[in-house]
Ligand binder design. Structure first.
Ligand SMILES: C[S@@+](CC[C@H](N)C(=O)[O-])C[C@H]1O[C@@H](n2cnc3c(N)ncnc32)[C@H](O)[C@@H]1O
Length: 257
């Protein structure tokens, strides 16, 4: 009848079309009873939409709030589920990338949201500095608050703005770039190739039907040629499903020059 995501104190439920209101309310009450940490149950009423990848919710039970306090990978995050994208399903991705970061690296996270990648990396590795850039103003405010909450002001920097407009003006290059990009047209790979150090690593997230996965490899190789970069695609892995035979893939790219 329903599937749901738990975001700390908030559960967001997606019901099958045609589910009647009474059943939704009963399901919500049951969730509150079964999960003592959940104090609010919301119904997901839209998919992630627009450049900011926000969704719409409707209150079903418990406290009337859309602000979540969520914990993962030894970190705490505060954000509004209606105005900020956040996926708890990426927790293992964040951990995996943090484990790859070596001592003294500088990391840039593009499309960083409320900064979960940068914060998990900073808390769980010996990174020198992690910068996170996000378009949404509201999201960026929460990102700043999350840096404070996790006591990472000396390691994590939050930048608000468009990756395409702002990143080209950053003075430095990075050892590692995480491209936690939305499922939208712009791949931003040209921007990343300009800002990665020699022998640096790019983690690129792309969304593909299983049968069209070769398009991901072709895109990366084409963009590398255009940027005159020699690359080695170390690995392409599934990093979550987004629909029927549709997956989020992560490509780990080593940039040789
Ligand atoms: C898929 S979400 C990822 C968020 C975050 N990295 C996470 O894991 O929770 C994509 C994010 O990219 C942001 N975004 C979209 N276009 C952008 C752009 N041109 N520059 C910077 N951020 C952008 C959206 O606002 C959204 O927060």
């Amino acid at each position: 009848m329903a599937s749901y995501d738990l975001l700390g104190n908030i559960a967001i439920v997606k019901f099958k079309p045609g589910t009647i209101q009474n059943k939704k309310k009963r399901f919500a009450q049951q969730l509150l009873r079964q999960n003592t940490l959940v104090t609010t149950v919301l119904e997901k009423t839209s998919r992630f939409k627009g450049r900011l990848r926000t969704l719409k919710t409707r209150w079903l039970a418990g406290e009337r709030t859309t602000e979540a306090v969520y914990r993962e990978n030894n970190c705490t995050f505060l954000f509004d589920v209606d105005t900020c994208y956040f996926s708890p399903r990426l927790a293992s991705e964040r951990k995996e990338i943090a484990q790859m970061v070596r001592k003294g690296e500088s990391v840039l996270v593009m499309c960083g949201g409320v900064a979960p990648f940068a914060i998990v990396i900073a808390k769980n590795s010996n990174v020198e500095r992690a910068a996170s850039i996000e378009l949404g103003r509201e999201c960026s405010k929460y990102a700043l608050e999350n840096v404070k909450r996790n006591k990472l002001k000396d390691k994590v920097e939050i930048l608000q703005g468009d990756v395409r407009k702002k990143v080209p003006y950053l003075k430095e290059r990075f050892d590692r770039i995480v491209m936690a990009r939305p499922n939208l047209k712009d791949d931003f790979l040209d921007v990343a190739f300009k800002k990665i150090k020699k022998e640096g690593i790019i983690h690129y997230y792309g969304f593909y039907n299983e049968e069209l996965i070769k398009n991901l490899r072709e895109l990366i190789e084409r963009r590398a040629r255009e940027a005159k970069k020699k690359i080695r695609i170390i690995k392409i892995k599934k990093a979550g499903d987004i629909g029927v035979r549709q997956y989020r893939y992560r490509a780990d790219i080593k940039v040789m020059n």
